[in-house]
Design a protein around this ligand. Sequence first.
Ligand code: GDP
Length: 474
Amino acid sequence: TLGRLKNRELRLDTATRELWLYLRDKLRDGDWSKTPAETEDLRSKLLHSVKEQLDLLSLHASDTQDAIDSFISEGWRDTLARETATLVQKRLHHLQNPENCDNAKKLLCRISKPCGFGCQIHHAAYCFIFAYATERMLVLDSSGWRYSGKWEAVFQPLGTSNCKEPLGAQPWSSYKEPHPPQVIQAPAIESLGSMSKPSFLPMAVPADLVERLTSFHGYPFLWVVGQFLQYLMRPSQQLGEYLEERRKFLNISHPIVGVHIRRTDKLQQEASYHSVEEYMTQVEEWYDRRETMYGKKEEKRVYLATDDQTALNQAIEAYPNYKFVSDNDVSKTAGELSSRYSQRGLYGVVLDVVMLSECDYIVCTLSSQVCRLAYELMQAHHVDASRLVYSLDDVYYFGGQQEHVLRAIHRKTENGGGNLDFAKGDLIKIAGNHLNGFSLGNRQGGHVRRELFPSYKAEEEIRVANFPTYPEVS
Ligand code: GDP
């Protein structure tokens, strides 16, 4: 019942949001400056499509009502979410603290990937998932880490420290049952071709947790990875004191929207430029929605994290009715940016990630690993924070993940728009949401060419895989 209720709630939320994006795009001026006949044609198509979307909305609403009728009792979801988080944290603790450390099976993972902080932490998270799936203690080798030289200078040790350095790590390719090597070297996720990707890789959800997770969370994999990150990123005493001191200094109060503006090197090849206005439009809409819901005006606050100081200056100037809180300050110079791989630079990005994750809503580009990290960590602070982000570019993903598929929950119709052919129940590989009511993708097993389809007609297909169930952890 809870799973069905959660699912109907998600459908309602998706359908309303996508309807708004669709309408906003269709009603832009340019589309209407045509001949009267063309305008009439457009108007009629629009009306039919909106009518269909609204009819489906009321269907989801009555379904939700049915599910609510059979709902058990208030507070059930919170308890379930808390208990599931405790269970997963206990399992990770158990995995990392074996009784006989020297004999324990291990997975060795080198943190030093040649990339930024978010990318390296995601590499560590992938290794941790790998370790959990193969029941191996994760040993992070942080020697030569570009940021700080040693993991333990920033984060707590991942487990028992009286363990000998593991020797003789074997490559994953040499793994053979029934006598697997004691120590395995984690392969880079990108090196696993699509055919050889183990089924437990992102975005797989452990089969023994999926029923609980779908009862309270809208994106179970996101919740799971948030738990792994929560364990990984437990601050060392020194970092903890720094975060506490900055928290006091920044004096954040709620509600607050986190905005992450990623520019500089990211714009060279990986992402497009977005103006401050594009981010702030979403922030305005969020505060407007709150005003409608709660019927009162609130102080509008934004925590702004960026690698581009000019973005902060522009925001402060263009939005005087907002209170901007930021760890960036005008004194930050190019010299400071060049120290970004130092421990000081590391503290800066960790602080931004942690602060963003503690905001009530995040507006960013999910193409950035910094924002994906904040969004993932945010899940550990709420029962369900899967809808608390607005991305100006990509949909959420985990680098190197298995195929990302959605399942069509309605059939394609004339009025729905889009060229992709699909039937109810088909799987669609998604390439992106165009933020105008349509997404791009191709049908699994169908034509490889990507076409548009109405976003509200498909939902995430949860990938479930068998993981160990750790029965020894109660
Ligand atoms: P991506 O390149 O944005 O996908 O993420 P990475 O984490 O791999 O690399 C970006 C690097 O830029 C980070 O590791 C930081 O050093 C820096 N950076 C980007 N955004 C911010 C920010 O908002 N605050 C701080 N302090 N640093 C940032």
